[in-house]
Design a binder for this molecule. Sequence first.
Ligand code: C2O
Ligand code: CU
Length: 474
Amino acid sequence: MRTASFAGALGLLGLLAACGAATPSPPAPSAVDPLALVPVKDEDPSPSVVEFSLTAREAEKDLGGTKPSKVWTYNGTMPGPIVDANIGDELVVHFKNELPEPTLVHWHGVRLPAAMDGSPSVQAPVKTGETFEYRFRLKDAGLFWFHPHVRTAEQVERGLVGVIRVRGPAEPVVDDERVLVLDDVKLNEDGTFPTYIDDASKMLGREAETLLVNGTRNARVPVRPGALTRFRLLNAANGRFFNLKIAGVKLTVIGTDGGLVPEPYEVDSLLISPSERYDVLFVAPDVAGELALTTEPYERGHETGMNPARRVGTVVVGGEPVAERKAIPKTGRALAKLPIVSTAPIRFELDEGTTPEGELTFMLNGKSWPQVPAESAALNDVRVLELENKSEMDHPFHVHGTFFQVLATNGVPSPRLADKDTVIVPMMGRVTIAARFDEPGAWMVHCHINEHSEGGMMGEILVGGAVSRAHGTH
Ligand code: C2O
Ligand code: CU
């Protein structure tokens, strides 16, 4: 009793001391933090313009092979840099391709003019030694990312991934925040990337046991005792689904692909398919210690027995405890349901099959890209998309250029409202979504298992009478 009240008094003193002090800004990850992403160098002094150089080039990185791996990078690191910006800022990107093959930079989840989307529907690939200037305004707050859209399975696997963090007016007040890029990488023993792609990799996307957090194996993620901690998660893997769990800690989801959600909700583990983002909060335990960061079993089809729980890393609780306990916010960002008008739905049937040559192929509406017939929408249409999965594995379906809201999965109305750009269409299942097409142009839709999109599960929605540069030109 006595000790308890003594501790209570101390706590109160601590609280008073904290109130008297100036409000500290969230501590920046230290210079030696191996999990810190490298910020881009802003070359424009204006606070509302972020202008930087982005060069795709080869570099070496130790990924656990007997020799360093030759990875492909943006600005020399894997994963690439982080772009920090505010809603409304203009991004000016001086891109240069120093890879031995053509590439494109696609700004995943960013709503922008189609000409800046970096997909083969709107832009010719940037050849070796060539440059391109991307320029667009950031309309939304959230965590977005960028990656190639040419030979995507190979180029993303080799390390070409970068992050854009856009802050908005309603950011939660937290003690610490971290961006965690989840990935896995399939390597030969000597650290080289396999040139032969085995059948399992074609079917499931390259999946490997080397799990990475911000490019680091066996990552140790430091958190402070009692700290309200924000993790901003991106799954940048080709095929692996992360079903993420921190031992003994419940996560509160406050946001996803398109920014904050209206109603935060609690989960024990969080399923994140390739290209999805989740924004989560948790209060770190009060006592120092180590918590296992794992991906829990999830059966996404065709991999029975290949998906045991795996260790991703460790959350290390230690250091200076926070002085004052912060609460997890109960409400998020107001979000209106998209008004459904009675136009006919756009239907996509997702399936796998074999070519006459006996090769595995992936299809939308019975055809493989680029033979998939383009769908169309009028400018500013809100359309329902019916996604029907005829195959025995899940497909994370991604739509360029807009956010959508999930209406129902397998006939069950979605329990929550959120702006998404990727949704898991479960095996042999069906998902309906609503999207507003408010930007003219040729927008790609595809499975974000990169081997599947490349294998043919990719199509287009032409908005406002746009013409695609890819469609029919192959
Ligand atoms: Cu991550 Cu076509 O996109
Ligand atoms: Cu797929």
